[in-house]
Structure formats: structure tokens, C-alpha cells
Design a protein around this ligand. Structure first.
Ligand code: AMP
Ligand code: ZN
Ligand code: ZN
Length: 353
């Protein structure tokens, strides 16, 4: 039974009694990566228990799940599996049965202008484990590393398609995070255009580079915001986080393209992702979450390589996106990033989870 107040956007409307308890007045911070303002408006309470998730829902229980081993015939065609041709597979990359874009259409003509394009593209599903009850954070760091390697392998296949401009890798976990299937999986959508948030990010990183001669992610502010680090990566709550308890995992080395990740770094990344997922699970009651890999366009110009730097954004779904955010593109975050970082830094999770 959960006694904590359900987390809804209602906490943004503060009562007078709660206001008096808050030590921090609201503050606006400019996010330098997407070049947008975030409003930090302290919640009624800053204890993590007030943000514990109401549910980690299971939208599609075990019975007759097409992603389970043995049910491969219920799925759209396979692209590859790991290990290849093994009936006891560990990972499968398959076509999405209900794709957002169609791989059957002709590639759009390069340089096509105007405001309409045929919906050409690729929408794949990555089944991360053969076993229904196993979640990504239950896997060993090496196994999560293999999932990352599967993403890079699929992106490398798509690099040859010149009409594909950008590949978005993302994971929805839990119904409130948009998942319709509970079997652990992630998705990849390869697009014939560069999406607006990606263009905004590239433009903002370019401005920073033009002004300072440096990559803004290499220079990212870490003081009081760091959660953990590994050989090749660190995790932090960004200074202008749009969402409460948002986490970024960032390569310590400068790299524009996620798909250049090698197997050794993938295992290291797997270990840090596992730790971060276990931390949010422990502190926030196994919340629904999304993660997104923010990388650079496939065929960008040479100069982009100097100022773009990939990273992973993990967003626990604790507050909804409502009218104000839709209208303004400005997010309201009730938790200051340094407070969230402290909470996440201090919870201990063992390597084995
Ligand atoms: P999500 O909705 O985020 O849980 O992602 C699950 C994805 O799997 C959806 O985009 C579905 O279209 C897709 N999907 C559902 N059933 C199948 C299936 N049998 N074969 C391939 N893809 C599927
Ligand atoms: Zn299943
Ligand atoms: Zn960098």
C-alpha cells in the first residue's frame, strides 16, 4: 500500500502552507543543449517518497506474448538475432508489425523540398531478452552491453541508406511511459528527415562551439550534479533538467556518433545503465521510464563532429506533460537537479543489482 501522495502535475499548484516550507524560491535555468528554459518550482516536499511512482504497470502479461522465445512466428520478420542463427537467441532485432514509417516505399529523392514526403523509413523492435519476466536492469552488464552492440550494428546497416538522415533509439518501459508491450524491448526509428529537437540541439551546440571553441557536453557542469562514473562514462542530473530525477549518461571521451561505440565500452555503459535503472527503481518505486539515445545525424558535415557529443537521457515518468508545456515548450520541474543528484548518489545498489 502506498501512502505517498500520488504524483500528478497538481503538485505544481502550491498551497500557501506548502510554500512556507520551501527553502528554494522558483528559478529559471537555461538548458544549453536544447536552448530552452526550464522552470524549477519546488514541490510541496522534496523527499523522494513524494515522487514514488504509483504503478509499474504491466500492459501485456505473459500469456501469448509474441516477443517470448518460441513465439517468433507471431512477430514481424527478423532482421538479425544474437547469436546469429541460434534457436536459443539472447536478442532479436525485428521489424515492427505496426511501423510508423514504411520500408516498402521508394527512397525519397535526395534534396526533395516542400512540406510533404512519402513516409519512407525503418521502424524496428529490439527484443532485449528471450524471457518475459526479465527486465533490462536484471541483465548482467555484459548482456546490456550486447543490447547496445545490437543497436550499433543495426545503425551501421542503415548508414548505407543515404536517404536515412537520423536514427532514434528509444525505450518505453511501463504503460505510463508509452509501452504497449511488457516484454523488455526497445525501438529504433530511422527517419528521412532530421527531427526538430535534433536540429535545435545541433544549432545550440554549434553556437556554444562558435563562442568558446569547445564542445558543450565535454564542458558540461558536473559540480553537485554527478551521480556516478565508470571507466568511459559518467552519469549526472543535468543543470537544467526538464524532468524530476532525469539522468544523463555521458561518454567521458568526445564522440559524435553513438554507433561508433565498441564492445568494451558497450559493456562499461551496460554496467552504468544498470546501476542508474536500479537507483531509480529503488528510490522511485520502479517507475515507468523512457530512455533515449541522442546522437548526431548519419551524414552530417565534418564540422558537426567537433561540436556534437552523444549521450543517453533517462526520464522517469513521474509528472505528466500538460497544457503549459505543450503551449510553451518550457518544462516545469519541481525538483532541483542538485537535490535529485544527491538522492541518486546516496542510494547504494550493488553491481549485481
Ligand atoms: P511499445 O508500444 O513502446 O511497447 O513498443 C512495442 C512495439 O512493438 C509497438 O510499436 C508495436 O507496434 C510493436 N509490436 C507489437 N506486436 C508486434 C509483433 N508481433 N511483431 C513485431 N512488432 C510488434
Ligand atoms: Zn514475452
Ligand atoms: Zn564533446
Amino acid at each position: 500500500m502506498r501512502k505517498s501522495k500520488p504524483t500528478t502535475h497538481k503538485h505544481r499548484t502550491m498551497s500557501s502552507s506548502s510554500t512556507s516550507e520551501n527553502q528554494n524560491p522558483p528559478q529559471l535555468r537555461k538548458d544549453p543543449i536544447w536552448n530552452r528554459w526550464v522552470i524549477f518550482s519546488p514541490a510541496r516536499s522534496k523527499r523522494p517518497s513524494d515522487f514514488k511512482s504509483k504503478s509499474s504497470s504491466n500492459p501485456n502479461p505473459t500469456t501469448n506474448c509474441p516477443f517470448c522465445i518460441g513465439n517468433e512466428h507471431q512477430c514481424a520478420p527478423e532482421i538479425f538475432r544474437v547469436p546469429s542463427e541460434d534457436p536459443n537467441w539472447k536478442i532479436r532485432v525485428i521489424q515492427n508489425l505496426f511501423p510508423a514509417l514504411s520500408r516498402e516505399l521508394d527512397d525519397p529523392v535526395d534534396g526533395a523540398s516542400g512540406s510533404v514526403l512519402d513516409g519512407f523509413g525503418f521502424h524496428d523492435v529490439v527484443i532485449e531478452t528471450p524471457v518475459h519476466s526479465v527486465q533490462l536492469c536484471d541483465l548482467e552488464r555484459e548482456e546490456i552491453g550486447e543490447v547496445f552492440v545490437a543497436y550499433t550494428r543495426r545503425i551501421q546497416q542503415l548508414v548505407d541508406r543515404h536517404s536515412i538522415k537520423y536514427v532514434q533509439v528509444f525505450k518505453n518501459h511501463g504503460a505510463a511511459a508509452g509501452a504497449s508491450m511488457s516484454h523488455s524491448h526497445s525501438q529504433m526509428i530511422a527517419l528521412p528527415v532530421i527531427p526538430p529537437s535534433v536540429s535545435a540541439r545541433l544549432g545550440s551546440m554549434k553556437d556554444f562551439f562558435d563562442q568558446t571553441g569547445k564542445c558543450c557536453i565535454c564542458e558540461i557542469q558536473r559540480e553537485n550534479l554527478l551521480i556516478d562514473s565508470s571507466t568511459y562514462f559518467f552519469s549526472l542530473v543535468p543543470y537544467a533538467a526538464s524532468f524530476p530525477f532525469e539522468i544523463w549518461i555521458v561518454p567521458r571521451y568526445h564522440s559524435a556518433h553513438f554507433h561508433e561505440l565498441d564492445a568494451e565500452k558497450a559493456i562499461d555503459l551496460g554496467g552504468l545503465l544498470k546501476q542508474m535503472l536500479n537507483k531509480i527503481s529503488l528510490q522511485l518505486n520502479d517507475p515507468p521510464f523512457n530512455f533515449m539515445i541522442h546522437t548526431s545525424p548519419l551524414h552530417g558535415n565534418e564540422s558537426e563532429l567537433a561540436y556534437t557529443h552523444w549521450f543517453i537521457q533517462i526520464v522517469p515518468q513521474l509528472v505528466g506533460t500538460a497544457g503549459f508545456e505543450l503551449a510553451t515548450g518550457c518544462y516545469i520541474n519541481p525538483v532541483f537537479p542538485e537535490d535529485a543528484a544527491k538522492v541518486l548518489r546516496e542510494v547504494n545498489v550493488s553491481e549485481s543489482g
